[in-house]
Structure formats: C-alpha cells, structure tokens
Design a binder for this molecule. Structure first.
Ligand code: MCN
Ligand code: CUM
Length: 788
C-alpha cells in the first residue's frame, strides 16, 4: 500500500488536498471563453440546415444585411476565395468549414452572420434566405454500403462508395479456426449508440487579429491548444498566419470530455472573419447546436467469443461497422484510426483474437469524437465484458468465477496481448476480490436465488476491464505527425516559491492541485507555494494536451523528472554551501544534509535562494528546469465494477441498488480527486447505459436535439457510488502512477447492462443494447411473454 512521504502541509502524493482551483470556481471567478469581452468585439451566429442531405440552390443575404448592426454574412463561396471552405480533420479526412453546394447533415453550418451583438446576429441568421433541394438522406450505416446507395462524398478522389476504410488486427485464420473447433461459441451484435458529450460549457471561440502587429489571439475551448496552434498555422499559413504570431489561450473550461479536442467549423470561420474584418469575433454554440453537431461511439460490433465447455476462453473475434457521419473527424492518433479499440481482448489470457472494422459515411453529424473513452476503449470494453457475461450465462457458470479463472495472472505482467499491447502491470484477482468483498457478493447471489424463486427480477452485473491510457511513445503515437510527448517547465523563484507550466490543459480534472502535489512530493516545496499554469501557448511548453487520461502518464511524469533535475542541481549548491563534496550530501524530500552529520543541513528554500545569490563558481544561476517526457509505454489501469439492480416487471423500471467500483490506477497523487473523477465518470457511464442516445428518423432529423428529450442523468438518477482501490504501480512511470480519469466511464456501462440482462435472464432475454430504458425493457418483457 502507498504511504505518504510528505507532511500534510507539504502535501505531496497521497494527500487528499482540496482543489486549489475551487476557490476561483466557487466564488464565480472562473474565466471561461464566454467571459472574454474585447473592445469592438463582434458576434457570430450560424445559419444551420433543416435538412440532412440537400443541395443549396441559393443563399440570399440581402434581408439579413439590411438589418442595422449586421455587418457580414459569410458563405462557403466567400471562404472558397481563400481556399478555406474545407479543412482537414485530425485523421486526414476533409470537413466543410462552410458548404458551397451540398449539405451533409441536419444542423450543418450553412453560413455565418456577424453582427455587433448576439441578438442582432440571431435576427440576421433568421433573415438569411436559403433555397434547398432536399435529397433522400442515408441514415442507416448498413444501407450506406448497399450497391445502389448514392455516393455521399464524390468530392473525394477515388471514393467509389461510402466505405471509408477497413482496419484489422490479429490473426484472422487462427482465430476463426479456434472458434470453429470450440465447444462453446457465444455470438452477439452489440451496438454502442451515438451519444453526446454533454459538458456544461458548449464550444466557443473569441478570435482577435491585429492588422498592425499581425498577431492572432484566439481564446478557445480547447483540450489541446498547442496542437490547434500548429494546425491553424499549417492550414492558414498560405494567407499569412504564421505560428509565432498565433497565440491560443484555453482559459477555464467547463468540461471537455473529449468534445473539445477537434477543430470545429465555427472556430475556423471566426478566425477567418477576424482576419478579414480586423475586429474581434466571438462565437459561442448554443445548447442544441452543441448537442446535434458532434457525437461519440456509434459502433456496431459483431462479436464471437469461444471457450471450452468448462469456460476456458480461447478466442475472440469482433467485426465492427463504424458510422462516422459525413466525414471521419475522429480525434485519434494518426496510426490508430480506431483508437485503442484493439484492447478489446480485455483482462483475460487467451491466444487468439481478431478485430476488424469498416468505417462508413452517412448523412449525420461528423465525427467519432471521443467522450471520456480513452480512444474507443469504451466500445472495446463493452464488447468483451458483455460477451464474457453471455458466456457465463450460456455455460451456467458464475460470471465472477469465470473471470477469476480466465484473468491474466499477476506474475504474467508485462503481458503481451494477442492484439499487440504490452500491459504494464495489474493484479486483476485482487481487484475483483476486493469488489466482491465490498459488495458482499455471495450474499447477493443467495438473495437473488430467493428473489427468483418468488418470481422477482434481480440482477448482478460485473465488469472487469483493462484500460489503456497515456498516449504515448513517440515511435507509435502522433497527431498529424506531432509526437505525443508532454511537458513540464518549473521556475523556482528566489524566495522558494514556484511557477510551473504544462503542455496539458485541465477541463475540471484538478491539475492545478495535483501537479503542485507532484512537485511538492519531489522537491519538498509546499503545494500551496506552487502555482500551476496551462493553456496559454505563448507561455506553456509545447505539449499535446489533455485527453485519453494522458496528463498523469505524460506531463505528470515530465513534472517529476524536471523536479529531479532541480534536486540534482540543488545537491551541488548544498555541497558548496556546506563545504563538503557532492557525494557527502544526502537528499530527503525538502532538505539536503551531510552524511553522518544530519545537523549540518540546508533546506530546499535555502538552496534555491543561494542559486540566485551565492552559487558555486562556474555554475549557471537560477533554479529552473524543463522536461519533455516521451513515455516508454502506455499505462494500463484496471478496475472491477459490480452492479446490483432490480427490475419491475410491470413497468420496466430499473432500480440500481448497489454499485461498487474498485479502480487500480497505480500510485495515487490525490485520493479525493481520484474519487471525484471516478464519481463523475461513473455517472457518465450510467448515462449511455440507461439514458443517452442520439436518435434519428429516416430523413436524418435528430429526434432528441434538446435536453428536454435527450436525457442526461442528474444527481437524482445517480445511485450511491461505492468506490475503492487496489494499487499496482506502473513499473515504467517515474511515480508509479497510471491515468484514471476515463476508467469509470469505460468500465461502468457493461456492469449496468450485464446486471439488467442478468435480471431479465429468467424470462429468456439474453441481450439488450444500451441505452436500456424502461420502455425497452418493457417491450422486451412483452415479447418474451408472447414467446413463452
Ligand atoms: N490522478 C491522481 N492519481 C493517479 C491518476 C490521476 O491523483 N494515479 C489525478 C490527476 O492528477 C488529475 C486527475 O486525477 O488531477 C485525472 O488525471 P488523469 O487520469 O491523468 O487524466 P487527465 O488529467 O489527462 O484527464 C483527462 C480525462 C479525460 S480524457 C476526459 S475525457 C475527462 C476526464 O479527464 N474529462 C473531464 N475527467 C474530466 N473531469 C472533469 N471534471 N471534466 C472533464 O472534462
Ligand atoms: Cu476519449 S475523451 Mo478524453 O480522451 O478527452
């Protein structure tokens, strides 16, 4: 177990310190993009398409421009003059900034109205007259692949149908052979629905170009400001926007959850508009725009899991159809078009696996953006964890027992998975056993048997997942060619107080507190004496940003190593001050002392002061260090979640009675922040499991485009989360820490789905896709009764 090295006042690792940023947030002093008000600032509002697929016959700006205060209506034709009407996506597909001829999804931007005030801009948008010629939209991704389906992307050279790409990993022949020979094979088509990244703050930008200095200042809701700066320079270099003149500031962010990784058309239009007009331009999405214009998930997965009759797992195969909407704007590392989906073999030890995926275009909003998913791990975990439960049901074995018998054993780490990952560490048996103890698993099994005998529907669902976070080693991981390292820069001032800056960007994860704790742990300077800054590309060292739970694995490691450089420098100064040789100096956090003479010592603060005032001859003054950390591997946190539900047969209502979540993220920096991350993540796990899903009709109209219809769980719907942890340090991370922030969202949905389906099993119901709503349960019960 982990024990704290530092006192609570110093506040290094393991202390549950309250978040430093909360003072600002709780006093209403946060500074979000919409709080930015620049002199002369204009406001932009989009005209959006009512149709999912249509030709634009004409756009008439006259009535809009006649409104007092409306200054411009920008169309695709206007941007085309600068070749800015299309932009590349992060995965080298292309996305319209504004259309010149065809609309590809409902609510797509048609043109942008710029006015002196937001209300006037809205009036202007309503006054723009657009003539459309609607076409039959392709909504069903399977039908998109029909021979006679219209070609949605004729603009793409060589594109003959709506298939985007095929991807595969693993040995197909051997996996199919193992499946063919196996005693037991369970099969299922599992759909993870389109869901919406429901941050409190929508996306927005304030762009301000100064024609005299040629500087472009952009306030942006971005999880990755440096990467965006480089992309803006690459895309707009030809019109004279050069990277040293571009400054992106991501101020406070009201939730990112993956939705603030991509570049949205609105950002580009605002940047183009300020460039042309020379006045600041603000664009803030409204709630429905945010809801309808992006999405996560939407994988249709055909799964086959093979085992011996007593339950030894032998092979797993999954063939997926991915609905990307009209362009693949997934935010994934370049070499990983399906993200980390190949983690789908899970926590179990078997030899044969094969995963393949075909991506298709449809007339839906673009993407496949992330949503607290660690790059498609949510999909992977749902597939394997549902299938393991299905196998348990099929052979009549307890699903916990089946897992315990198939887990990778702790001696097997580092473990090479059949699809090519090297899992760093874990003790899956310990994690599951702890969850079972905390729940009282055996008692619930007995209770379930009794309830079933009385005809009541009670279910227990397990999910024992392996996550993969912290991208990543530069040899494999890049975004548009930029290696996915991350960075920390520390400046310790003469009085022993410090400022540290990072290439990541918190959206609510508490970095200002936890990075300070890492530095406190390494340097012995109290966390309260250390200011943390992120998000300003003019001041922060280059980094790839915060997503994929990578901040602790990458920038957290960079902080530790940069601090260790300072400890080494300090040792030389301490030796000089104490008049002994460097070898005679001992370091214990916060203090250098002479070996054998501990009364002769210098505190870190004294040594820092000396670095500015009394340095050894020849030494470079000051106490600053920077480190760019290129991780040797990813980190592989794991967890065991168990959910108990009761289902009301009359109404289909689902009552989550218990939810126990044991996470293992290695050494923990701040247990309270981790617990908070897990609570939030579990709520975002129950959300797609029981409530969320963007629905379309056959014309491509979004049926639930507001929070009146799209259900997001509140505190009322959330069960009492019972959390705990096991600790298996990462062997390659300098602090032994692994990322954790997405684990709960990745791990929770299958635990809930497994519990509900376990409850319904006596009725003969063997699978339901999420979201499992009361009406879906009720329908399934009626159908089952008719069959019986
Ligand atoms: N932590 C810790 N000990 C560990 C691991 C993490 O104390 N062993 C702490 C970290 O120091 C950090 C927090 O937990 O304060 C999360 O760390 P980490 O797991 O490294 O994840 P990131 O900071 O990179 O956060 C990204 C992750 C992602 S990808 C999504 S999506 C998500 C999530 O964070 N979006 C969030 N959690 C969110 N929480 C809030 N409030 N808002 C979002 O937008
Ligand atoms: Cu997968 S959502 Mo987070 O990685 O920003």
């Amino acid at each position: 177990m982990f024990s704290c090295k530092t006192s609570p006042e110093v506040g290094g690792m393991g202390h549950s310190i309250k978040r430093k940023e909360d003072a600002r947030f709780l006093h209403g002093k946060g500074n979000y993009v919409d709080d930015v008000k620049l002199p002369g600032m204009l406001h932009m509002v989009m005209v959006r398409s009512p149709y999912a697929y249509a030709k634009i016959k004409s756009i008439n700006k006259d009535k809009a421009l006649a409104i007092d205060g409306v200054l411009a209506v920008i169309t695709g034709e206007d941007l085309a003059q600068y070749n800015l009407h299309w932009m590349p996506t992060l995965l080298s597909d292309s996305q319209m900034v504004l259309p010149t001829d065809t609309i590809m999804h409902q609510s797509q931007e048609v043109c942008a109205v710029i006015a002196t005030d937001r209300y006037i801009a809205v009036d202007g948008a309503e006054a723009v007259e657009v003539e459309y010629e609607p076409m039959q939209a392709i909504v069903d991704p399977f039908k998109a692949l029909d021979e006679d389906a219209p070609l949605l992307r004729p603009d793409k050279e060589g594109q003959e149908n709506n298939h985007i790409y095929h991807w595969e990993r693993g040995d197909k022949a051997k996996t199919e052979e193992a499946i063919a020979k196996a005693d037991v094979v369970v099969k299922e088509r599992i759909h993870l629905p389109r869901i919406h990244v429901a941050s409190i703050e929508t996306c927005g930008v304030v762009a301000s170009y100064d024609k005299v200095t040629e500087k472009m200042l952009i306030y942006l809701t971005s999880q990755a400001p440096h990467a965006i700066r480089t992309i803006v320079a690459l895309v707009a270099g030809h019109v004279g926007l050069s990277e040293e003149k571009i400054r992106i500031i991501a101020p406070d962010i009201g939730g990112g959850f993956g939705g603030k990784v991509p570049v949205y058309p609105g950002y580009v239009i605002a940047i183009a508009a300020t460039f042309l007009i020379g006045k600041p331009v603000k664009w803030i999405e409204d709630r429905s725009e945010n809801l309808v214009n992006g999405f996560a998930r939407d994988y249709h997965m055909d799964c086959e899991l093979a085992a011996t009759k007593d339950g030894k797992i032998q092979a797993f195969k999954v063939s997926t159809l991915a609905d990307h909407g009209y362009t693949d704007s997934s935010a994934n590392p370049s070499k990983y078009p399906t993200g980390m989906f190949s983690i789908c073999t899970g926590s179990y030890d078997y030899e044969h696996a094969f995963a393949e995926l075909d991506a298709v275009y449809t007339n839906k909003a673009p993407g496949g953006v992330a949503y607290r998913c660690s790059f498609r791990v949510t999909e992977a975990v749902h597939a394997i964890e549902r299938m393991v439960d299905k196998l348990a049901a099929e052979i009549g074995k307890d699903p916990a027992q089946l897992r315990l018998e198939n887990f990778i054993k702790k001696e097997q780490f580092p473990y090479s998975s059949p699809l090519g990952w090297s899992y760093d560490s874990g003790d899956y048996h310990a994690t599951l056993k702890k969850a079972m103890d905390m729940l009282g698993y055996d008692d619930y099994k007995k209770e379930q048997a009794e309830k079933r005998a009385q005809g009541k529907l009670m279910g227990i669902g397990i999910s024992t997942f392996t996550e993969v976070v912290g991208a990543g080693p530069s040899k494999d991981f890049d975004i548009l060619g930029i290696a996915m390292f991350d960075s920390a820069e520390i400046r310790v001032h003469p009085t022993g107080k410090a400022l540290a800056r990072f290439g990541t960007k918190s959206q609510g994860q508490g970095h200002e507190t936890t990075y300070a704790q890492i530095l406190a742990e390494e340097l012995g300077i109290p966390y309260s004496d250390i200011e943390i800054e992120e998000g300003d590309t003019d001041t922060a060292p280059y980094g790839l940003g915060t997503y994929a739970s990578r901040s602790t694995p990458t920038a957290g490691a960079a902080a530790a190593i940069a601090a260790r450089k300072l400890v080494d420098k300090g040792k030389k100064i301490a030796a000089y001050l104490l008049e002994v040789s460097e070898e005679d100096i001992e370091w214990e956090v916060g203090k250098y002392s002479v070996k054998g003479a501990p009364e002769k010592s210098k505190t870190i603060q004294e040594v820092v002061f000396a670095s500015y005032t009394n340095i050894p001859p020849g030494m470079e003054p000051g106490f600053e260090a920077t480190h760019y950390y290129d991780p040797p591997n990813l980190t592989f946190p794991n967890g065991a979640y168990i959910c108990v539900v009761e289902v009301d047969e009359e109404t289909g209502a689902i009552d989550v009675k218990r939810f126990v979540a044991i996470d293992d993220c290695g050494n923990i920096i701040n247990p309270m922040i981790v617990e908070g991350q897990v609570h939030g993540g579990l709520t975002q796990g129950i959300a797609p499991a029981m409530y969320e899903g963007i629905q379309y009709d056959d014309e491509g109209n979004v049926l639930n485009g507001t929070f009146m219809d799209y259900l997001v769980p509140t505190a009322v719907e959330s069960p009492k989360w019972e959390t705990g942890h096991t600790i298996t340090p990462s062997p390659h991370h300098p602090l032994g820490a692994k990322g954790v922030a997405e684990s709960p969202t990745v791990g929770a949905p299958p635990a809930i789905a497994n519990a509900i389906i376990d409850a319904l099993y006596p009725l003969g119901i063997k699978h339901l896709d999420i979201p499992i709503t009361p009406s879906k349960v009720w329908d399934a019960i009626q159908e089952a009764k008719q069959k019986a």
